[in-house]
Design a protein around this ligand. Sequence first.
Ligand code: T4K
Length: 445
Amino acid sequence: MAIPRKSDKADFDAAHAPFAVVEPAVETTHGYRKLAILGGTPAFEETLHVGRPNVGNRKRLQERIDTMLDERWFTNNGPMVREFEQRLVDFLGVKHCITTCNGTTALMLAIRGLDLGGEVIVPSFTFVATAHALQWQETRPVFCDIDPATHNLDPREVERHITPRTTGIIGVHLWGRPCDTGALEEIARRRKLKLLFDASHAFACSHRGRQVGHFGNAEVFSFHATKFVNAFEGGAIATDDDELAQKLRLMRNFGFSGYDTVEHLGMNAKMPEVCAAMGLTCLENIDYFVAVNRRNHFAYRSQLADLPGLRIMKYDERQQCNYQYAIVEIDPCECPLTRDELLKVLHAERVLARRYFHPSCHRMEPYRSYYPMAGLSLPETERLSQRVLALPTGTAVSHRDIELVASVIRSAVRDAGHVKHALRNMGEAPAEAGCLAIPSMPPSC
Ligand code: T4K
């Protein structure tokens, strides 16, 4: 039977949040069901999303919005933005935190503020914004392969891509799991390169006992609606560099240093007050969000533990983690279904699992036209982008939802033969990722 989705209103009220939900779930039902793709009723009446926003304490948010309306100060470095920046500085323990209207503009500002040009080494296995922030400024993203164990830049590969035109490296702490910051910092120091981290996934994470926000020359966060701490839309740059911080503050406000004085090239990258109101509210509820993400993470792990070829990505529990992504890796050599077949099964059940990050940046425009040979040096990226699936998590996803998603996956694996047959009858193309299949390069290559 399909279960109804709870309304947004019931998402979460921090005042009544039962912290009892924080314990990792160990209960497993391991039930099976008749799949929608085989003629059954979809598991969910309403779509279950990846990236459903956390809301936090609604009452507190509404009070903040009322204050903003009463004061009629909506943007341009208002009191809530200043408070949010101070809270971020306190939380991260960094010297400066400059908020922006989104993570992409934060990346663009940081790239320009650090004078990156020529070529910058960056993973292709990331959200396309990381590459766009470079290419937008006519700086070439040089796509570098990743370590299959961490999904982050492989430092040995980084070294191989350095040329006389290289000015910097951008590491992405994918899924909130920090890069090998020590190795990247050592390379950057030795080769005299700037080092920036796209920490869009890694707010409230630590690495070797240090909070993410402290690594490299600067680190960039996203507070997009889908991030576990969100500001509707928003971003921030954290840095301990006074000069860089001052430059970034000018740049995000057209370069203005006073009413009539422009001192620097700039743009409009300011965070509005209503976004800061949401950011502050989420920040106050962060313990709850992490606790729910952690509970969901362990629920998936226990529910999917013994399935062949399916591996739930783990976090380093010795560090501070936000558990914001529930990532499953599907090995087509061991699992009877490919990632894309499983995706179709889940979508038929109204579980909108996502293929983050497929295709990888080098296979998207304009990169596949500009750099058609890039894929040749990215075997791990090519392999991984065929295997990874993001499952729904966050405060809009209950333990019961996860049981149901898991029972869909278990049923699909058990009935793999019938699923493949049904997909063939539906005229679906054969699965993309066979056991040894490395996708072919685009025709232009
Ligand atoms: N670097 C990295 C590594 C990033 O992951 C991102 C953003 C950035 C840089 C850039 O930061 P921002 O400029 O965005 O601040 C989503 C997000 O839009 C994007 O912010 C995020 N990464 C990326 C990983 O995920 P899409 O294309 O998947 O978005 P969309 O609209 O399909 O939404 C995802 C799911 O969330 C949907 O199934 C519906 C659900 N959703 C979404 C929104 C906006 C809701 O339920 N409610 C909502 O309000 O990129």
